[in-house]
Design a binder for this molecule. Structure first.
Ligand code: FES
Ligand SMILES: [Fe+2]
Length: 399
């Protein structure tokens, strides 16, 4: 399926009212065998929270339209293998974790941590060594599990540096957002939306005193985005290829401002082309007494969240016209607001009929990079060689 996309120079077209030239590259798909799928599979991808994979358990995951099994063995290491057993395709997560191995529940075949079949209770000796299950490099960082689904050796791990200042890292609630991942990744490049989308509740008031002028710069590892204010101050945000945004954001409504503004590492992970996960690790710079206050408020927030309706459900109601956007109150209000707006663009946003303007410079910048890369892959040319992001490029607040 090809979705016609506007060329990323659409801003010029929007200013002059002219329609932009179109090309046939599907920027949004990450299915295997597509240029978008090949692009994504060059990188480590966050697939879930470490805390949701207890020792001795296995669970199914769906990432970029493919299914896999995650399990955590006795050594504590998380592992990722194929979804189905190579014998007769039973689902591997139904089985037993034994040490660092996993045994299929259907006929008891056991696979070791590198995927080698090591036991087949009802078969003749010698057969097991001819059978393997697919395994994928898997590691953990910032409270998240990361998997490399690509060919050859995985890039260096961790995929990007984190803040070195004191503090704690908390992983936020996981949201499964009913739209394509690129809509949300693009939204993270759209600093102007915060003054409108997050006006109810006032969480982003400090960022809404004036509207920034946006510019971007491609880097060896992704894209830097700048939002310049009237004061001359610049808010700098990092977009790590292919789908992570590192940015300083206001605290969630339910945190009541305690802990200040966290620096978040926000992964927009495709489940399939019409759904994606929000996997967010937030670094909060608190120590000593402040850390106690933060933990206490976090406990209050978590209780509120447990009693609140899921953000996605509230957002869906708003999208359907039930309730009023401006009236909603929720401990994760900004999340509800963002889901309503982004999923409300449709499962896969219509990029052909948009009218991009000056304020969309972040989106235009990333689409330009993505289009170039996907075209190179589609035409059999070498894509860019992405590098490890340096530790000294960090987000700034800009006020
Ligand atoms: S299907 Fe897994 S052992 Fe038979
Ligand atoms: Fe937002």
């Amino acid at each position: 399926m090809n979705i016609a996309q506007k060329l990323p120079n659409a801003a010029a077209g929007a200013r002059t009212g002219k329609k932009s030239k179109r090309i046939d590259i599907d920027l949004s798909t990450t299915k295997p065998g597509t240029p978008g799928g090949a692009f994504m599979r060059q990188f480590w991808i966050a697939v879930g929270r470490s805390m949701d994979l207890p020792m001795g358990r296995a669970k199914p995951i769906k990432i970029m339209s493919e299914e896999f099994t995650l399990y955590r063995g006795a050594s504590g290491k998380a592992r990722c293998i194929d979804h189905r057993c190579p014998h007769r395709w039973a689902q591997m997560h139904l089985g037993w974790v034994e040490g660092d191995d996993i045994r299929c529940v259907y006929h008891g075949w056991k696979f070791d941590s590198v995927g080698q079949c090591v036991e087949q209770p009802a078969e003749e000796a010698g057969f097991a060594r001819k059978v393997k299950i697919g395994t994928y490099p898997c590691d953990e960082y910032l409270g998240l599990i990361w998997v490399y689904f690509g060919e050859g050796d995985a890039p260096a791990f961790p995929p990007f540096p984190s803040r070195e200042t004191p503090g704690v890292v908390d992983v936020w609630n996981v949201e499964q957002v009913p739209c394509n991942y690129l809509q949300s990744f693009e939204n993270s490049m759209d600093e102007v939306h915060v003054a409108f989308t997050h006006a109810p509740g006032g969480s982003h008031a400090k960022l809404s005193q004036d509207l920034p002028i946006i510019s971007t710069e491609e880097t060896d590892w992704g894209m830097l985005r700048f939002g310049k204010r009237k004061t001359g101050l610049v808010r700098q945000t990092l977009h790590y290829a292919p789908n992570v945004t590192r940015v300083i954001v206001p605290p969630l409504a339910g945190m009541n401002g305690v802990g200040g503004w966290p620096e978040i590492y926000f992964s927009f992970t495709p489940v399939d082309d019409e759904n994606h996960l929000w996997l967010i690790a937030g670094h909060v710079e608190v120590e000593g007494e402040e850390l106690h206050a933060y933990r206490a408020q976090r406990a209050v927030y978590e209780k509120e969240i447990a009693n609140a309706r899921p953000s996605v459900d509230v957002a869906k109601e708003l999208m359907e016209g039930a309730g009023y956007y401006a009236d909603v109150r929720h401990p994760d209000l900004a999340i509800v607001q963002d889901i309503a707006v982004q999923a409300g663009q449709g499962r896969v946003a219509d990029r052909e009929h948009e009218h991009l303007g000056r304020s969309d410079a972040g989106i235009i910048g990333w689409r330009k990079i993505l289009t170039r890369e996907l075209k190179a892959i589609a035409e059999g040319r070498k894509p860019k060689k992405w590098k490890q992001p340096p530790a000294d490029v960090k987000p700034t607040l800009g006020f």
